[in-house]
Design a protein around this ligand. Structure first.
Ligand code: GDP
Length: 596
């Protein structure tokens, strides 16, 4: 059995030190560190524990009363069994010039129905760091969990919204990504998508193999699926950490949190409350009676009540801060998530908060941002058809999709993703739960390509509608998913124009030629079918197509006629084509409009 990161974590816990310290110690002792740890077997790992204990015990005695020099503070503090783990923590991480360790910020991703929401609920229920205020359900987009006195901040909007949506805006909020894979379903399309996004973001990944309580759970299939996508689990000699859990039965949740803490420890996430504030808006909405409410995750510095804050084009003074449980707090420290009240406008998701000295500076920065972001003055589409009328060959269309619930959102996403109209590339830029907000429209207006906002079972904020009108961004609201799909589909089709199919009418042989003032007239014999005046002709010479065009005139003797049946002779002039020759054959056909 290889010594995995998990085992290192266990040994470290046994010894009451951090995994990082253990690894460092192992390296000092000439033992393989984490990189080579996979080749260490159980026996050797037992020896490591033994050696470590001996070493630390020996180190303990002579230096017991001496002043610790700088070096020994940096070195692992010797924590033997008599010292409780918790009190050892602050000692181990002395506030240095590098700041102190901050809680990791974690996002949960995975295929629909694999249990992201259930997992977030399970963690929230069992490990919430602060108590809920007087039964108020906050519905805030993040919360903080706690295990053994260590905190973890979860971004509580499962799926791609928080992760990819924000990355699209250039913000990187997440430190660690949890990839949820249902053991009864395996790696699915959105799992692969999530893996791609996580890899692109270069964020450490922990796989939560969920639903292991199910009778048809097949963990080894999940593992081999994962291996095929470059995530080789530790159990197979790779370095992807995976934890088997049941979100529904709350099984192994602690173990998952421990692994998060382990990965966080390796990543050595540091911050200093004294640093300038570094925080990202992860969600914003207009609350009745409260105005704009924005949820931020602080990565560095301290955000305080009464700070002047700017987030993109929005600015204001922090009137109040609410923690994820709805309690009023005075400040938010690194790694913490809070809701901010006091912005004058709705901040855009993904924008960074900047704290300024005064109101003047805040306003100036916000205006500056607005100027920089303003789209070019080119007229934009007003309706779906206008939008498409501007397009030529391949149309690219970005969609902002909002829905009333996660379930509705996923259903709408699925339907839209399944839309397949030739010549159109449809791309969901951002999707989320909630009404169409001003920030959605701001986002749409900053996109280079044409963008469209779709609400499914939700309404649009009046300010959003006004802005959309000004920016020429179509806002489409639907209550029934199929109406949404039908409408988009038919709009896409309208854009492409109707589809036509050729229907053959007859074949004609050219037997004579006559020069007329209007052009060359072919004296023809209708070999089969018929010729109609409204028909189109394709000129075939030696089995090669020479020309295709309209019939300019169709005559029988001196008379213009509407049609000539097979076995008869007629005169045909083809519009814009005088190079007709004896022996040519004409295929006569009409174009009929068909459903695309
Ligand atoms: P999401 O779409 O990824 O957020 O998935 P949900 O959390 O909504 O879960 C989808 C379904 O799977 C729900 O019916 C859950 O009750 C169920 N589910 C989630 N986790 C587990 C689990 O560990 N075991 C079982 N048996 N069912 C689960």
């Amino acid at each position: 059995m290889p010594l995995s990161k998990k085992r290192i974590y266990e040994i470290a816990r046994e010894l009451g030190v951090s995994s990082k310290e253990l690894i460092k110690k192992l390296e000092e002792m000439g033992m393989p560190g984490l990189k080579a740890a996979n080749s260490v077997d159980e026996e050797e790992s037992a020896l490591i524990v033994h050696l470590f204990e001996e070493e630390t015990a020996a180190a303990d005695k002579p230096t017991a009363k001496t002043e610790p020099d700088v070096e020994s503070v940096e070195k692992p503090v010797v924590v033997t069994k008599q010292a409780p783990k918790k009190t050892a923590k602050p000692k181990r991480k002395p506030a240095s010039t590098h700041g102190s360790v901050r809680p990791p910020i974690v996002s949960v991703l995975g295929h629909i129905d694999h249990g992201k929401t259930t997992l977030l609920d399970a963690i929230r229920e069992s490990h919430l760091a602060s108590k809920e205020a007087g039964g108020i359900t906050q519905g805030i987009a993040a919360y903080q969990a706690e295990l053994n006195g260590q905190k973890i901040t979860f971004i509580d909007t499962p799926g791609h919204k928080a992760f990819t949506g924000m990355r699209a805006r250039g913000a990187q909020v997440t430190d660690i990504a949890i990839l949820v894979v249902a053991a009864d379903d395996g790696v699915m399309a959105q799992t692969v998508e999530a893996i791609d996004h996580i890899k692109a973001a270069d964020v450490p990944i922990i796989v939560a193999i969920n639903k292991i309580d199910k009778a048809n759970a097949d963990v080894s299939k999940v593992i081999s699926d994962l291996a095929q996508h470059g995530l080789l689990p530790e159990a197979w000699g790779g370095d992807t950490i995976s934890v088997e859990v049941s979100a529904l039965e709350r099984k192994n949740i602690d173990e998952l949190l421990e692994m998060i803490l382990l990965v966080a420890e390796m990543a050595d996430l540091r911050a200093d409350p004294k640093n300038p504030v570094e925080a990202t808006i992860i969600e914003s909405h207009l609350a009745t009676g409260q105005g704009p409410v924005a949820t931020v995750v602080v990565r560095d510095g301290t955000l305080r009540v009464k700070d002047w804050a700017v987030a993109g084009a929005a600015q204001g003074r922090v009137k109040a801060l609410l923690d994820p449980s709805g309690n009023r707090v005075n400040e938010a420290l690194p790694g913490e998530a809070v809701s901010i009240l006091g912005f004058c406008d709705l901040p855009e998701v993904g924008t960074q908060i900047e704290v300024t000295k005064n109101q003047g500076q805040a306003k100036k920065l916000a205006q500056q941002y607005q100027r920089d972001q303003r789209p070019q003055a080119a007229p934009r589409a007003r309706t779906l058809d206008d939008l498409f009328a501007q397009k030529e060959e391949t149309a690219k269309l970005k969609v902002i999709l909002k829905a009333a619930s996660t379930g509705g959102l996923e259903a709408a996403r699925r339907e839209i993703a399944a839309l397949d109209v030739e010549g159109v590339e449809l791309d969901i830029l951002v999707s989320g739960v909630g009404g169409i907000s001003e920030s959605d429209i701001v986002l749409a207006s900053t996109v280079n390509e044409e963008c469209l906002a779709i609400g499914f079972g939700v309404s649009a904020d009046p300010k959003a509608l006004k802005l959309a009108e000004r920016e020429g961004i179509p806002v489409l609201l639907y209550d029934i998913i199929y109406h949404l799909v039908d409408e988009i589909e038919s709009a896409l089709k309208r854009q492409l124009g109707p589809a036509y199919e050729e229907r053959a009418m007859g074949t004609v042989e050219v037997r004579n030629l006559f020069k007329a003032p209007s052009g060359m007239i072919a004296g023809c014999y209708v070999a089969d079918g018929r010729v109609e005046r409204r028909g189109l002709v394709r000129v075939i010479r030696n089995n090669t197509e020479m020309f295709t065009g309209e019939i300019a005139s169709l005559r029988r003797f001196e008379d213009d006629v509407r049609e000539v049946q097979s076995g008869r002779e007629c005169g045909i002039r083809i519009r814009d084509f005088n190079d007709i020759q004896i022996g040519d054959r004409l295929q006569v056909f009409v174009l009929e409009e068909v459903e695309r």
